[in-house]
Design a protein around this ligand. Structure first.
Ligand code: GP9
Ligand code: MN
Length: 629
């Protein structure tokens, strides 16, 4: 006997609704979407539905056991996708993109952190799978696996498309240009649903592969023209060549934000050494990190290439085989030996693959360091021990050298044994912030010892020492605690941008240094180093502007499309007056919005199409990277 028609879809609809509601519950528990009105909440609620209906609906073309198996497959796959996003979000405050997904090595290293993050939310992510298995086992009569009539299928998919179109229209009303602004992942997920977002991401990714194949060398000339018009070179100021022939020792200070400087908790300075060092250096209080999903590696990329990192994924992973005109490579013809020090897995962030493309001669990684459980955290060797063991390597290098040391201890979850915590405990409700202060202080002490050791080794007086914070350490998830700490009612989007400032100190031998308040960013470091060493920039390709120039254009673009000028901050579609922190009329920001869009696009194009292959200065490529002693 033919089954009554409503029952043909009963099981499929049941599963779709289950996955849909589960997804919404996970959204609410795990992701911090900024919801401004009821309509946005409704879109958030609606958004997973069409894709879930569609995916589950494919099973209508199968019959019998195959249909049930397929539905189970969809349910498990989506649960896996969802739970990976839960973990990733807790850690990086962002959603997964395809390139990041291929960074399995990194996920391996995150192991210990992931254990801390696994909780009941993951169980909820799999709730539908559990219910589904139960139904298959206990109530098989509920499952209809027979044929479904054509009109019924048509009706099903038309409904599906209608829901999607309603969703998209509402989303476009709330957020015009949604699909063209892919860098705003939260917006995409919020409006299109997590699963549609992943499809969209996959399409973008394949577009990238095609782009390289179709690249045109003339595009590079276009970018060069843009750069020389926007950022003309000033070579003959008094800083040009001031450190000619000196070594460069650069330190990437993990997760170090500027708000920590010159501040006390419980009457004690958080960073006593950095505060002192700042006074003997050129310090840049308005220096911003510009990193994206690639975090530390993006900071390295910005600093050594003066190109923007990508809006999705870490460029270290997505484009390690491109041609670059990076600092180590540029300095080589000037007699510089280059080395990088990082006491963690050599493959973290794909460094062992991309460093040769930057022209590095030597990569010291965890294989070069003595590590014991006492001297390390999950992020590798602790900073004090890292610096201590790096000194003999540093002193043995051929001079002049260009070096970069990457600290690790001040990394989320900011773990440090109690006996090594030197500050009186900070007592907020937010354990992450409490712990952060301790690891920052630890790093501060490690740096103090390091600088002393450089002096003892005779390297201090013939080296330019550059310390920079790679990116934020305290994410938006901790805004409540941050607001309390900063004595504010809340952290506004304006405050958030100001919190993206990270320290930059440039110590030049025999120079007293001073505070230079120019609005600047990681993109400016490369031309600055070349300038100090007296290396003409016409062999170089870079976006930033050297930091000592009197007439710099004060304009820094962040990877999420926000920007900062001398007087304005633009973020999340709002233009702010820097003096008041209040919203100001959009007209003031408009020209910069265009410029920032163009500049990011130019930079992205260079990477996606591997345009620096066509750069004539690109002839210093060197041979192998040594990774063992
Ligand atoms: C890992 C370290 C941390 O080696 O550089 O990277 P992050 O998670 O900060 O990008
Ligand atoms: Mn980092």
């Amino acid at each position: 006997m033919k089954e009554a028609s409503p029952n043909q879809l009963r099981f499929i609809l049941f599963v779709a609704i289950l996955i849909w509601l589960k997804t919404y519950i996970v959204y609410k528990l795990s992701f911090h979407f900024k919801i401004e009105n009821t309509m946005q909440e409704f879109i958030l609620f609606l958004s997973p539905l069409s894709s879930v209906l569609f995916l589950v609906g494919i099973s209508l073309f199968l019959e019998g056991k195959k249909r049930t198996r397929f539905i189970l497959f969809v349910s498990i796959s989506l649960s896996l996708l969802l739970s990976s996003n839960i973990l990733f979000y807790t850690f990086f405050d962002d959603f997964i993109t395809l390139p990041v997904l291929f960074q399995t090595n990194n996920f391996g290293d995150l192991g210990a952190s992931i254990q801390q993050l696994i909780d009941y939310k993951i169980l909820i992510a799999f709730a539908d799978v559990i219910i589904l298995l139960f139904v298959i086992w206990k109530v098989p009569s509920f499952i209809y696996t027979g044929p479904v009539s054509r009109p019924k299928k048509n009706m099903y998919f038309i409904t599906c498309i209608c829901i999607f179109l309603v969703n998209l229209t509402l989303a476009e009303i709330q957020r015009p240009q949604l699909l063209t602004r892919s860098f705003d992942r939260e917006m995409l997920v919020k409006n299109l649903g997590l699963y549609t977002y992943h499809l969209y991401d996959a399409i973008l990714q394949s577009k990238t592969s095609v782009q390289r194949a179709l690249a045109d060398g003339n595009k590079l000339t276009e970018v060069e023209n843009y750069i020389s018009a926007k950022y003309p070179e000033v070579e003959n100021d008094s800083f040009f060549g001031i450190a000619k022939g000196k070594n460069i020792i650069m330190v990437s200070m993990e997760s170090t934000q500027s708000f920590l400087l010159n501040q006390k908790i419980n009457g004690q300075e958080i960073t006593p050494f950095l505060n002192k060092f700042a006074k003997q250096s050129y310090s840049f209080p308005n220096f911003y990190h510009q990193t994206g999903q690639g975090k530390t590696s993006d900071a390295e990329f910005l600093i050594e290439n003066s190109l923007y990192p990508l809006d999705r994924g870490a460029v270290f992973f997505t484009h390690p085989n491109n041609e670059y005109v990076a600092l180590p490579e540029l300095l080589k013809p000037n007699g510089y030996y280059s080395a990088v020090f990082h006491a963690n897995n050599k493959s973290f962030w794909n460094r062992d693959v991309i460093y040769p493309a930057f022209g590095y001669d030597r990569y010291f990684h965890n294989g070069d360091y003595e590590t014991t459980p006492e001297t390390s955290t999950q992020w590798g060797l602790k900073d004090k021990e890292f610096f201590k063991q790096s000194i003999p390597y540093l002193t043995s290098l051929q001079q002049p050298f260009y070096t970069k040391l990457i600290t690790l201890t001040n990394h989320y979850p900011f773990d440090l044994p109690e006996e090594e915590q030197m500050l009186p405990p900070y007592d907020s409700n937010d354990q992450t912030l409490n712990r952060y202060f301790q690891t920052v202080r630890y790093m501060d002490e490690a740096l103090e010892q390091f600088i002393q050791d450089l002096k003892d080794a005779g390297l201090y007086d013939n080296s330019v020492i550059i310390l920079y914070g790679d990116h934020y350490g305290i994410s938006e998830n901790h805004n409540k605690a941050m607001a309390a700490y900063l004595d504010k009612e809340s952290i506004t989007p304006f405050d958030h941008i100001q919190l993206q400032r990270v320290p930059l100190f440039v110590h030049i031998p025999e120079k007293k240094g001073k505070v230079i308040p120019t609005v600047s960013g990681e993109i400016d470091v490369k031309p600055t180093i070349l300038h100090l060493l007296g290396i003409s920039s016409n062999k170089d390709f870079h976006f930033g502007q050297q930091l000592f120039a009197k007439k710099r254009e004060e304009f820094i673009i962040l990877r999420d499309d926000s920007f900062i000028t001398k007087d304005l901050i633009y973020t999340k579609g709002v233009c702010y007056d820097k003096k008041t922190g209040e919203e100001t009329e959009m007209g003031s920001c408009t020209p910069y919005i265009h410029q920032s869009k163009a500049e990011l696009e130019y930079s992205d194009n260079i990477i996606y199409s591997d345009l620096l292959r066509f750069f004539p200065g690109n002839k210093y490529k060197t041979g192998e990277l040594k990774t063992d002693y």
